[in-house]
Design a protein around this ligand. Structure first.
Ligand SMILES: C[S@@+](CC[C@H](N)C(=O)[O-])C[C@H]1O[C@@H](n2cnc3c(N)ncnc32)[C@H](O)[C@@H]1O
Length: 467
């Protein structure tokens, strides 16, 4: 298979990044983004080795009934969405299959995946936006990165965002023009404006401007421009002078508005600080939290350890139904939010928020709580890299009654559930498949479509101890 060769084939499956897969006669697996199952397509080889070829879709020769018209004019250029060309039903089928496939390939477990829980809105659902600002050979550009690249695609709006994204992008484009402020250039490492991260909280918007320096020049101009579009907003400057892909630095300075805004879910009123993690899709967040609560099967004797607890909303919901809940979270400001939440909702006696890495403190906490209670439940909601082995080993040692695992990465989820069900064990540093008995039964695996039109999916797995 040679570069630039044009080939034809039928899509026989869909890959983990939402791309179509053609298996060529010579056995090469060809990845063809934007092609759907069973479609006959022609494609151009962009890069190939003996086993794998990365290709570009040239033409759909026979179209799937699930093909739809993308809403976004830059869909195929921008790296944000991968599945706008597929009907919503087909997107859910693709994502459920990815979960099933990960469990089988990574952990050797053949699982049943429950029907996916859907988003109320297929477009206009994201409450968080982050966009880079760069100085390029084409001038200053505000937009999104292309897939797997630092090439920036100029955009004016984004249909998966909730209202306000268009206005925000407009404000930053206007600010750059009106003030003449410099924008970050990745080659020279010079230029001030680097990134914008913003989140809608109720009727307010919390905006962080990341600068390659210490101060945001012309900040009054930016505040005035933002005032013309937003009635309630806060503006923070974040310093990031590092030469890395990390978006946020560690230092924030507020230059306008409130330190935080309040949100409310399930009768719990909570402050959202700009540094805290929040689920990006409000309707799916509510469905997910309800499912966590239902599947935890709590009573007034239960003790819940909520690991990777963010700003503590789920910890509070769990605490209300249990004897107590202990949240563990690494970000100091998120723990401050959780403490404020506990105080303002009268949950201080039932809810403890610990600021520490789970891998360091969870083993001692679970040992102590397991000595005192037979009804320990662990909720895990780690970042994409999954749980640390210290966390998984402590669970295997103390054997809590139930483990509820929320994950945004099917790959690390399958690995960790494989370890917790004894289907994967360490041999030296390597994880190997194992046929041993498990103390846990997989009760359910449910996709929650937190991120429609993208390849991403949130999954809830419930484990219960075997009798
Ligand atoms: C996917 S979020 C879940 C937050 C929360 N459960 C929620 O629904 O809002 C993961 C959280 O884990 C935190 N985190 C990341 N690494 C951690 C670690 N090693 N120990 C404790 N918390 C960590 C992050 O700051 C983030 O708040």
């Amino acid at each position: 298979m040679k570069k630039n060769e044009i080939l034809k084939g039928t899509i026989s499956s869909i890959g983990y990044n939402g791309e179509g897969i053609v298996k060529s006669e010579c056995g090469t697996v060809c990845f063809v983004p934007f092609a759907l199952l069973n479609e006959e397509v022609s494609f151009k080889v962009l890069k190939a080795n003996k086993n794998i070829a990365y290709c570009k879709l040239e033409k759909v020769l026979s179209s799937s009934k699930d093909r739809t018209e993308p809403l976004c004019p830059v869909f195929k250029k921008c790296g944000g969405c991968q599945l706008q060309h597929a009907s919503y039903k087909e997107q859910l089928r693709i994502k459920s299959n990815i979960i099933k496939d990960c469990f089988y390939k990574i952990a050797g477990i053949n699982v049943n995946v429950e029907p996916a829980v859907t988003s109320d809105n297929e477009y206009g659902y994201r409450n968080k936006i982050q966009f880079p600002i760069r100085n390029t050979k084409n001038g200053n550009v505000v937009g999104f990165f292309a897939e797997n690249s630092h090439r920036i695609i100029d955009v004016n709006e984004c249909p998966i965002q909730i209202d306000g994204a268009k206005d925000l992008i407009y404000c930053f484009k206007k600010f750059i023009l009106d003030s003449g402020i410099s924008c970050y250039n990745e080659e020279t490492k010079k230029g001030l404006l680097r990134h914008v991260v913003a989140r809608n909280i109720g009727n307010a918007i919390s905006i962080i401007v990341v600068v390659n320096g210490k101060v945001l020049k012309h900040q009054e101009t930016l505040v005035e421009i933002l005032k013309s579009k937003f009635s309630e907003f806060s503006l923070f400057v974040n310093e990031n002078t590092s030469d890395s892909n990390v978006i946020l630095g560690s230092k924030y300075t507020k230059i306008y508005g409130s330190d935080y805004y309040y949100s409310q879910d399930f009768g719990i009123k909570y402050p959202v600080m700009c540094q805290s993690f929040m689920q990006v899709n409000n309707s799916v967040k509510q469905k997910l939290y309800s499912a966590v609560l239902n599947n935890a099967c709590l009573n007034e004797n239960a003790v819940v350890i909520d690991a990777y607890s963010g700003a503590g909303v789920m910890t509070a919901m769990l605490a209300k139904k249990a004897n107590k809940a202990i949240g563990i979270e690494i970000v100091k400001e998120a723990v401050e939010s959780a403490n404020l939440l506990a105080k303002e909702n009268g949950l201080e006696d039932k809810m403890t928020n610990i600021c520490a890495p789970c891998e360091e403190v969870l083993p001692d906490i679970i040992s102590k709580e397991s000595l005192n209670s037979k009804e320990v439940v662990v909720v895990l909601d780690p970042p994409r890299k999954g749980c640390d082995t210290n966390v998984l080993n402590a669970i295997l040692k103390e054997k809590p009654m139930r483990v509820i695992y929320v994950s945004c990465s099917p790959q690390t989820l399958a690995r960790d559930i494989g370890i917790l069900t004894n289907r994967l064990v360490y041999s030296g540093n390597q994880l190997v498949k194992n046929e041993g008995e498990s103390i846990y039964k997989i009760e359910s695996i449910t996709p929650f479509d937190m991120f429609p039109h993208t390849k991403h999916i949130e999954t809830l797995v419930c484990l219960c101890k075997k009798a």
